[in-house]
Design a protein around this ligand. Structure first.
Ligand code: PLP
Length: 448
């Protein structure tokens, strides 16, 4: 492709491109001119700390030399339809099973997160012969019609009135729970008991799967209380319901473990993945199924498919990406750097009146802002205009962060912090200094 001037790119973008989740007249995108590691430079020459790994997928950082090199080694047969076996598809499936929980056996490859979740729903329905799917409020599973119905926040209103049989239940969110619990275990028991009632009222024999983000990400890194995931697993086993964990955002090292499910004493029946498997260098997602489900499809037709399932280029990039996690010890590094980030976040909570809560696990974190620490009045009240930032306060804060060179995004009143896993302790501290400067300005100018 010939070089094109920035002015021309922006003009064509404005004329011909539809941008997601936006009023098009409000869209004024920057251009990334140069990128390396945790940094990128925009078309005004400004340097940014990429503190959300683009959309929480760039775990190995920008322009990783091994991945850039891998593109030069795409094999002599760069494509074949899904019915063919290819070296990269076979190898990547094996590599994923090697790092997945022990009960996992096979992989169905999809294109990205949402369609992986759609396929997980179809697989659960095929295997169980049941049709209802439970998923949670305060979750995001993607924008396709199926994944949109799974999602439990305002982005799902775009697919309403929605599909019959998609049932929502509550995500534990202790910071905003009106009931006081003496321990995390007590909270877990409460939520699991409520879920049990809901299952009974819906009829266990009609429920194919309980679908959860292992740790809900975009909705504010809502870490489950101790014993909750195990409790849900027990209910699934008791009623013959499949437990599906969406690891699209939390998987591949983000939480300091290869998969977030490893933080709990559970083995899901199905896991979905995308983002970190290739770190976005080429689109790829997939569904990992247990041995029991894999066995089921030995004798039953897997009634689904995608033209690009297991695409050769993406799976080759996936193989190289998984090698990088291993060779650079990125998962262990994420856990160590998570401690550095955690310390800064806890200090933030202690020092700033507008920080209501901080939640963190590995390099997966959220800062929840409030107008009043005592009453926990949120910056944006959920349920008010579907959680939209009508006065634009969170937008203003994200803008202040951007001016400081701290690139990230927010959801309701929470700001996501999820840098590439290659980040160093020094870089975390530099970036968090920028965060603090922006927060001080925000409090002074807009809050108190
Ligand atoms: N699941 C989770 C947990 C996600 O965070 C996302 C996207 O952010 C998706 C699914 C959808 O993935 P995609 O946008 O690749 O379809």
């Amino acid at each position: 492709m010939k070089p094109i001037e920035d002015r021309q790119i922006k003009e064509d973008d404005q004329l011909y491109v539809l941008h997601s989740w936006s009023k098009q007249k409000d869209v004024d995108p920057k251009i990334i001119k140069k990128a390396s590691g945790i940094f990128f430079w925009d078309d005004a020459g400004k340097k940014h700390y990429d503190m959300c790994s683009q959309l929480v997928y760039l775990n190995v950082g920008h322009n990783h030399p091994r991945l850039m090199e891998e593109f030069k080694h795409i094999g002599e047969v760069p494509l074949s339809s899904p019915g063919f076996a290819t070296a990269s598809k076979a190898e990547l499936a094996r590599k994923i099973i090697e790092v997945a929980p022990k009960n996992m056996a096979k992989v169905f490859f999809a294109n990205a997160g949402a369609d992986s979740n759609d396929h997980a729903v179809k697989i659960a329905r095929m295997v169980t012969g049941r049709y209802k799917i439970f998923s949670r409020y305060r979750s995001y599973h993607g924008a396709t019609f199926g994944a949109g119905n799974l999602s439990g926040e305002n982005r799902r209103f775009t697919v309403e009135p929605g599909l019959p049989g998609f049932i929502k239940f509550e995500t534990p969110y202790l910071y905003r729970e009106s009931i006081h619990f003496d321990s995390e275990e007590a909270a877990a028991a409460f939520y699991v008991d409520r879920l049990n009632s809901q299952i009974l009222y819906e009829g266990p024999d009609s429920i194919a799967a309980i679908f959860m983000e292992t740790i809900p990400g975009s909705n504010g890194v809502l870490i489950p209380p101790k014993g909750y995931m195990e409790g849900v697993r027990e209910l699934c086993t008791k009623y013959g319901i499949l437990m599906i964990c969406d690891e699209v955002m939390a998987g591949f090292g983000r939480t300091g473990k290869m998969f977030a499910v490893e933080h709990f004493d559970i083995k899901p029946d199905i896991m979905t993945f995308a983002k970190g498997v290739t770190c976005g260098y080429s689109p790829l997602g997939g569904v990992i199924v247990s041995q029991a489900i894999a066995d089921y499809f030995d004798g039953h037709v897997l009634m689904t498919g995608l033209t690009y399932s297991g695409h050769t280029v993406s799976t080759q990039i996936g193989c190289a990406t998984l090698d990088i996690y291993k060779d650079e010890h990125l998962v262990e590094h994420a856990a160590e750097m998570g401690d550095v980030l955690a310390e800064r976040l806890e200090q933030l909570k202690a020092r700033f009146v507008s920080v209501g809560d901080v939640r963190h696990i590995g390099l997966f974190a959220a800062v929840e802002l409030v107008k009043d620490k005592q009453t926990k009045e949120p910056i944006i009240a959920y349920g008010m205009d579907y959680g939209k930032d009508t006065v634009g306060l969170m937008k203003k804060f994200v803008g202040l962060l951007l001016n400081q060179g701290f690139y990230t995004y927010s959801h309701e009143s929470s700001v996501i912090i999820a840098p590439p896993l290659i980040i160093t302790a020094e870089q975390i501290n530099e970036a968090m200094d920028l965060f603090e400067s922006a927060l001080a300005m925000f409090e002074k100018e807009y809050l108190f």
